[in-house]
Design a protein around this ligand. Structure first.
Ligand code: ATP
Length: 521
């Protein structure tokens, strides 16, 4: 097992062991690519959603929220293009009987070339030390040039074939690159076919009058169809945004990366309506803003990169992904798309209703253009959780497993621990809980030696441990231990609330995020 696989396995087992994520209906052996958030997972997920919501809705006077239904009139999906074009190209391996996304097989191949180039660059950087000129090296080293050129050529050809619906060429490319099935190792492939990812269901009791419906594959369409409702009732002026979070459903062909690719998942989306012609300015603005939101969580700048799309969806005139360094490599975490007026126009055509905006400044009506930011809540959860999970070797040589979650996202903010189960210490600890529980999630733990309790809280990600000992009875002080530094301080009980508040205030974190943003519009 390589390091990455090993790390990923640890993430999955830690998530279960510490009450973050369970497989859905596990007692029936689970359901593929469907997961349940457990007692700690639900808190972490709520906190991520909340931090996103505050950054998008609370912080912007011109962005409002919405919570639309999962079921929508079926024509919605005709208009949006999902009925005809929400397909993935699939391919089966005849020996292993495993099914793959043809584009993912090719992208993985391209990523391998990328990694080879990176290895060469890293080797040279080591060899040349300070004298190393990376830019020059990438341009001139024959091996790097070859790998990168091949990578670009492969991706370009795939993009072109998919664009032209030339599935035979996609298969040909897989054959030419000699891509083998990771399970059987064989190159015995079926033809590439398109597969629609929407789940269908029926509304109504009797078979003849029932209406065919879909479970929404994205939350965005609920925003588009309500554009005029929100604009008029909220008296919104362009530019303005509508945000929503909620479940989406996709019958994914390959779903084997834990909560990275699920069949039922949650999105956090925002559609920003702008004047036609101004969309690229706002596209840049949102790219920067969204990246800043991510960086504010402190998961490490090096773990993010933009990937500008070569192949654009039919509705977009610019698109970029924020990719994150997951335990299995860099993959899409969030998409930022300039969707033109495609969606609103399509809904105008299919509904016969006007979805326009009268712009007093320019004295005319138009269909606004849209910039979309769309992030998977579950993928964000995985990004946070997998980066936070660390194995630390301490000064004395012992190891500890610690979940260094950003404090604002941690499920439980403090554990209150009486040093012993007697002498009135549990009662004092309970009283502290009574004081703090109105403001924070706090828990009580009296089982096992104090060291073991600290380790338990480290592993579950609790940022503060508060220990009540015999001294507490004399001077009303306790020990506060910080999860990340393991530093311990003696503080007054009555100061606890202020100390914790200061550290876990989302407001302070949002403030810092704004200070680091230097966009101009
Ligand atoms: P991918 O190429 O990985 O399938 P996508 O480009 O189809 O993703 P979008 O349609 O742009 O994804 O959806 C926006 C966001 O929703 C993605 O950036 C991702 O975070 C999340 N998302 C999409 N599909 C899934 C899924 N099956 N499971 C979990 N999150 C998902």
């Amino acid at each position: 097992m390589n390091n990455q696989e090993d790390k990923f396995k640890k993430v999955i087992s830690h998530a279960k062991e510490y009450g973050y994520i369970f497989q859905s209906s596990e007692i029936y052996d689970g359901l593929s690519a469907v997961y349940d958030y457990a007692q700690n997972g639900v808190e972490l997920k709520n906190n991520i959603r909340n931090y996103w919501w505050k950054a998008m809705v609370q912080m912007h006077e011109n962005i409002v929220g919405l919570d639309t239904a999962i079921f929508m009139h079926p024509t919605t999906w005709k208009a949006s293009g999902h009925v005809d074009a929400f397909n993935d190209p699939l391919i089966d391996n005849k020996d292993s009987k495993k099914r793959y996304r043809a584009d993912v097989l090719i992208e993985d191949y391209a990523e391998k070339l990328n990694l080879k180039a990176k290895k060469e660059i890293a080797k040279a950087a080591k060899r040349f030390g300070d004298a190393f000129n990376e830019e020059e090296f990438i341009k001139t080293n024959p091996r790097v040039v070859k790998y990168l050129a091949k990578r670009d050529e492969v991706l370009k050809r795939m993009a072109r074939s998919l664009e032209n619906e030339d599935l035979a060429d996609v298969k040909k490319l897989i054959e030419e690159l000699e891509i083998a099935c990771p399970v059987s190792g064989s190159r015995n492939w079926t033809d590439v076919k398109q597969f629609n990812l929407m789940f269908g269901t029926k509304l109504g009791a009797s078979a003849d009058s029932a209406m065919d419906l879909y479970l929404r594959p994205e939350t965005a369409q609920g925003i588009f169809v309500n554009f005029s409702n929100v604009q008029k009732t909220g008296r919104m002026k362009i530019p303005f945004g509508i945000a929503q979070t909620g479940k989406a459903f996709r019958n994914e062909i390959v779903a084997r990366q834990f909560i990275f690719r699920m069949r039922e998942f949650e999105q956090m989306e925002m559609q920003f309506f702008v004047r036609p012609g101004e969309e690229l300015k706002w596209y840049e603005y949102w790219k920067e803003k969204r990246l800043n939101w991510h960086l504010s969580l402190g998961l490490g700048k090096e773990n993010y990169r933009f990937h500008d799309h070569e192949k654009m969806a039919h509705y977009a005139n610019a698109a970029s992904d924020i990719e994150f360094n997951f335990p299995f490599g860099f993959k899409e975490l969030e998409g930022i798309h300039s969707r033109t007026d495609f969606d609103l126009k399509a809904h105008e055509e299919h509904s016969g209703k006007k979805l326009q905006y009268f712009d007093h400044e320019v004295n005319k009506s138009y269909v606004p253009y849209v910039i979309e930011t769309s992030i998977g809540l579950d993928r964000m959860f995985l990004a946070v959780f997998s980066t936070a999970l660390q194995n630390e070797v301490l000064e004395d040589g012992s190891e500890r497993i610690v979940l260094k979650l950003p404090v604002i996202l941690a499920p439980t903010k403090a554990a209150i621990l009486p040093l012993v189960k007697k002498d009135g210490l549990p009662e004092i600890a309970r009283k502290i809980i009574e004081d703090l529980k109105y403001d924070f999630n706090v828990i009580y733990d009296e089982k096992d030696a104090i060291g073991r309790r600290y380790r338990r809280q480290d592993a579950v990600g609790t940022p503060f441990c508060i220990t009540v000992d015999h001294e507490t009875k004399n001077d009303e002080t306790v020990t506060i231990r910080y999860r990340d530094s393991m530093e311990q301080k003696r503080v007054k009980i009555k100061e606890l609330k202020a100390i914790i508040s200061k550290e876990v205030s989302m407001g302070d974190w949002l403030h810092k995020m704004e200070l680091h943003t230097n966009y101009k519009t």
